[in-house]
Design a binder for this molecule. Sequence first.
Ligand SMILES: Nc1nc2c(c(=O)[nH]1)N[C@@H](CNc1ccc(C(=O)N[C@@H](CCC(=O)N[C@@H](CCC(=O)N[C@@H](CCC(=O)O)C(=O)O)C(=O)O)C(=O)O)cc1)CN2
Ligand SMILES: [Zn+2]
Length: 766
Amino acid sequence: MKTLHTHVLGFPRIGARRELKTALEAFWRGELDEAALEAAGAALRARHWALQADAGLELVTVGDFAFYDQVASHIQLFGCEPARFGFDEAATPLTRYFAMARGERGGHTDCCAHPHAGQHSGHALDMTKWFDTNYHYLVPEFGPETAFTLAGERLLAEVAEAQALGHRVKATLIGPLTFLWLGTAREDGFDRLSLLEKLLPVYTTLLMRLKAQGVEWVQVDEPILGLDLPQEWRNAFEIAYWLLAQSGARIMLATYFSPLEENLGLACRLPVAGLHVDGVRAAHELTSVCDWLALPKVLSVGIVDGRNIWRTDLDAAIAVLKPLLDKRGELWLAPSCSLLHVPLSLANESALDPEVRSWLAFATEKLSELATLKAALRGAAAPQLVEARAAIASRARSTRVHSDAVAARVQALPGDADRRGAPFAARQVVQRARLRLPAFPTTTIGSFPQTAAIRAARAAFRRGALPLAQYQNAMRAEIAHAVARQEAIGLDVLVHGEAERNDMVEYFGEQLDGFVFTQHGWVQSYGSRCVKPPVLYGDVARPRAMTVDWAVHAQSLSARPVKGMLTGPVTILQWSFVRDDQPRALTALQIALAMRDEVADLQAGAIGIIQIDEPALREGLPLRRARWDDYLAWATRAFRITAGAARDDTQIHTHMCYAEFNDILPQIAALDADVITIETSRSDMALLDGFGKFRYPNEIGPGVYDIHSPAVPGTDAIERLLRKAAQVIPAANLWVNPDCGLKTRGWAETEAALVNMVAAARRMRA
Ligand SMILES: Nc1nc2c(c(=O)[nH]1)N[C@@H](CNc1ccc(C(=O)N[C@@H](CCC(=O)N[C@@H](CCC(=O)N[C@@H](CCC(=O)O)C(=O)O)C(=O)O)C(=O)O)cc1)CN2
Ligand SMILES: [Zn+2]
């Protein structure tokens, strides 16, 4: 008799109507007490476990819920809150949790997810990308003094909660090595791995407690097994898991996002009861894993894509799974990774194009796919299989996916489409003659505060309560307001402020052919902040200009140059759900061509400076270094094709707000943007050193203040950073700007900060 089980590695927690966001923000405003927030969390967990049980999952997953972030929850679970917070006895766990997440003053409401290090001892934990996703986790801080204790009872309480609801439980934990890997050393030279010895006993105690509480399996996530690991870290796995095995708990070791490659043998050898592998991104490894993973260890196959929203081709999945099942006699079926990265359900997507909708599966629909696969593999009748087959066939033969015009354009693309006319040095001369900017020109990154009034107007427009013309007038008034305030502040290069954009990526997705967008397809980005990634299903084309009217309106209001503002092809690709039926490189190229036309139209509209944001260029880097070159080649080419429509006297800016540029400086230089603005204030300009050493040839605007904090930077502090920057970058190439856009800030602090920024630039000129 063959054994088949279905499970999930994790489930979305924000709620169908973003109930968690609503509750959290009300709590932070002081309108909800702890008990009410806890009740909101419990209600969401109960609902999400019920969905799992209803889909026939024998074990529900407990431990994937978090009020802000699962890594932060582990910091509390293991009692390693950084001492710098100086928490006193009276602080409740929840108060301490949100202090770590948002800073003691609670200002972490950023757009680009970075902290305000060095400002005060209670500043929030650093936030950074979770592997190659758009989810951000809070970075644990480790030092020689770090101690671990089993401090949090929350996980054990949630287990009891699920059991009381009648569920059998699989608990989930981040593994000890991944937890240490994700952290940062408080001081240079400290080796996080040296903490393993202190950490393991706490894991063992926890595993024993979970077992005693009747938890049948514990899923322990070690996604770092898909990275290029230093040898010491690889070695540590054997010792660590040998020790954890002494707990007697049944461990399902979970890997995802990346092939195991040289760690495949190691992962299969570890003394655990089961191994989960990513059957989507590491499909080619399934046969080896099946051979290497000795029975009676359980193999869990992540056969349903947890990172994308397409229906699974169930026939293809069955063809993969059947031989594995025949060989092993037992198989667990799961999504490839936690479903945190996809929206909750299609159920409320009434406005979605019905044909495209039939091609999709969000988290809840993925649960049904698992059930159908299980039934089909057991040889039971699976009527859903028929419907699924029809949807897959409809997508495969749809004429809407392919456009001859787009294909022809890609085909006919000249080899030099990714080249500007003249080299940078020559462009710089004509741009300076045209723009006549002072030294240390001041500018901002694009967005100004997205006020409650702006969002309310857009919500009313969407509801049908505000006619299009009135909505557009309201946005034009917001733009006029932003332009007037920038002139008053004395900025040199203005922006229109992006009032009309719900999100920098969704906004373009809504206007391009080849995309559909959801009404409720929210995915958590960090804390209570969510994005609604557009769905890119077909060939991309631009039916009409998207930003020109707004930009021209803004430019008509000022004699100073107004920057046109676009999102680059790599970021649109990276922050959308994209088609899986052609290489990402080709999809990026199609987006690049559409955005290229927008560059041309802005230029024709007399916009002299155009910024093409690429904050996700770094995030898109493959997790394995061996794949970097290929990615960087097509990604940077896509950017250059977009920018390539610009004349020599049109100044192209780009913006990136995530750190660790040093690995890819040659490729950043190869973008050949005339000006790049980057986030540097948090690192006290240290990030700029790489650009200096590399002799970065073009102009640079290193961010001079952190936009994630409402704190207003002083003129002296800004001037100090500028002087520091001028030591590594030729002063003639320096711009003055904040770290990132200002959409999550309020006007009062924005205005005060920019006034000081302009003052600092004037001092530099003098
Ligand atoms: N896609 C993307 N990824 C990114 C970033 C980014 O800017 N975009 N920045 C980095 C950090 N990530 C971030 C992700 C989200 C937000 C953010 O602020 N999200 C907003 C939603 C933005 C949005 O889509 N707004 C819509 C919908 C707003 C909304 O919720 N409206 C209410 C009604 C509001 C009202 O009546 O006042 C509703 O529909 O219920 C709009 O403005 O139109 C939020 O969660 O609150 C910020 C940073 C990295 N990744
Ligand atoms: Zn940014």
